[in-house]
Design a protein around this ligand. Structure first.
Ligand code: HEM
Ligand code: HEM
Length: 465
């Protein structure tokens, strides 16, 4: 200790600064091994010393959790840069984006990276959610981490919606008008919630200011709390779920390997490839920017952002009370209760729960692929409870009746697959989740590509010809 302070007295200013950053490296500060040791010990403050070798398989995580972390970091970096130029006022927001694109060094590129990262993050987090579900990583002791994950998902979704309004162009203005308009249908508290989110009756200065605060302060703060919590829970669960074959015992564990370099190297490769991909997309494709927001002129069709296209599509088939409130709330309840259902077996680490589970999942996906488009077309052209029963309220003939039909069909589906495959409840519940997820993806695709003027069904390839 004394020797150290005596030696540090003899150093010049630069050496003393370096010593303050890398203490204990006085003797041979140029030797690279010493720096490596320093950074290794820094990394090991955040990561375990060793990990189960099997969890390193790319086909367990597909690198998705790590990718989400990388993209969130990119969003924080570019978001902070955007904040220097962006002005959250209706008469200046659009102009500040134009200024950013035309006059600020790399302004367009930074905006593009932020835009594409935000959209990519949603896809990555959705795929991560699917991988966690299908590898059974929500079983004990990971139940609560599933809940934290869902909270993260909601935070990412809110971040995307609030960010969407900020450019203040026609696209943003009308999409957010639709999204916040949906609150009206929530019974009792809907109008109050809408006023809270909009800050006044219509979308305006107050809304932009609220969205800006949520986007650049509230959600980043939530992410900064939730993400470390999420990673801490992974550590507390003893690392990732260990992948195993359907007939393999849960107790069978393999040798551990050191985190550095085995895990760190893989993470760096995934991060570099992902960043290169987002950079490439950002150089080629500019983030969209329409004309300046015009509250008096709504585009036709007025579409919600792509991640809400599924819900907007539901709105065409169900009364808003069901499409915007009852169905989404039920879906959230299902998602939050997934880890707490009383399952017959703990299938953690087995892809799709079992071999039978895989077959059932494929069958469910096929059923959804056939039945959902048929249902959409039938509801558009054939089924019309409103015309058949005009004297009863819309909540019943356009809400409760089609909803009861769907719910009954789903329950019958659960019972039918369970009986046909003589499966346990793990496999049958998984089959129902596959059915609902694939149906929702098809609704989303329909909303994005197969709806035209007046939200009528169209065949997209014919529009241009
Ligand atoms: C911003 C969003 C998210 C980030 C940054 C994130 C990050 C991560 C990371 C880095 C891991 C460990 C590596 C990996 O599994 O790839 C992980 C694991 C996990 N995540 Fe997430 N995640 C997010 C969202 C979600 C969501 C939406 C869910 C599910 C609802 C979820 C549930 C889990 C669970 C249960 C684990 C433990 C998996 C295991 O032990 O194998 N996460 N997450
Ligand atoms: C999960 C994190 C985040 C997501 C998903 C996200 C997403 C988005 C999206 C989709 C936009 C609209 C981009 C466009 O099309 O023009 C946007 C805009 C913006 N974001 Fe973020 N963002 C995130 C974090 C942040 C952070 C941490 C900040 C700053 C502290 C920030 C600042 C901004 C600003 C100033 C804009 C307006 C500029 C523009 O629209 O180009 N964002 N964000």
């Amino acid at each position: 200790m004394r020797e150290n302070s005596v030696m540090s007295d003899r150093l010049n200013l630069l050496q003393r600064i370096r010593h303050s950053i890398f203490p204990g490296m006085l003797q041979r500060p140029k030797y690279p091994e010493r720096y490596r040791n320093f950074f290794n010990s820094l990394i090991l403050h955040f990561r375990p010393r060793s990990v189960q070798e099997r969890t390193l398989r790319f086909t367990l995580t597909w690198g998705l959790g790590g990718m989400a972390v990388v993209v969130v970091c990119m969003l924080f970096g570019t978001g902070l840069m955007l904040k220097f130029v962006y002005q959250p006022f209706p008469d200046r927001a659009y102009e500040s984006i134009i200024h950013l694109q035309n006059n600020v060094f790399f302004g367009q590129l930074i905006r593009n990276i932020h835009h594409w990262s935000g959209n990519t993050l949603l896809i990555i987090v959705f795929l991560h959610f699917l991988r966690v579900f299908f590898s059974g990583a929500f079983h004990p002791p990971r139940q609560f981490n599933w809940i934290i994950g869902l909270a993260l998902f909601l935070a990412v979704l809110t971040s995307n919606i609030t960010g969407y309004l900020l450019p203040w162009d026609q696209l943003a203005f009308w999409a957010i008008t639709i999204c916040t308009g949906m609150f009206e249908y929530i019974p009792g508290i809907g109008e109050w919630m809408q006023a809270l989110v909009r800050g006044s009756g219509d979308i305006g200065a107050a809304t932009l200011s609220i969205f800006f605060a949520i986007h650049t302060a509230v959600i980043p703060a939530c992410l900064l709390v939730l993400m470390p919590f999420h990673f801490w829970r992974v550590r507390k669960a003893g690392g990732l779920v260990i992948p195993r074959k359907p007939d393999e015992d849960r107790g069978s564990r393999e040798e551990k390997v050191p985190t550095i370099p085995n895990l760190i190297l893989r993470e760096i490769v995934v991060a570099v490839v992902l960043m290169a991909f987002i950079m490439f997309v950002s150089v080629i494709f500019n983030a969209p920017l329409g004309a300046k927001a015009n509250p008096g002129l709504s585009p036709n069709p007025t579409k919600a952002p792509w991640y809400f296209a599924g819900i907007q599509e539901l709105l065409l088939h169900f009364h808003p009370l069901f499409a915007l409130f009852i169905i989404p709330i039920l879906m959230m309840i299902v998602l939050f209760s997934i880890p707490y259902i009383n399952y017959q077996t703990n299938t953690a680490g087995v892809w799709f729960a079992s071999l039978k589970g895989r077959n059932m999942a494929v069958s469910s996906a096929l059923v959804a692929i056939v039945v959902t488009p048929l249902g959409i077309v039938a509801d558009e052209f054939v089924i019309d409870f409103v015309a058949w029963l005009p004297d009863i309220p819309g909540e019943i003939n356009n809400g409760l009746m089609p909803f009861a039909l769907m719910l009954t069909a789903t329950i019958l589906f659960y019972r039918a697959v369970k009986r046909k495959f003589s499966s346990n409840n793990n496999e049958a519940i998984q089959a129902v989740v596959v059915l609902l997820v694939v149906a929702f993806i098809i609704l989303t695709i329909t909303g994005i590509w197969f709806r035209g003027q007046g939200m009528a069904l169209i065949w997209p390839w014919e529009v241009g010809s």
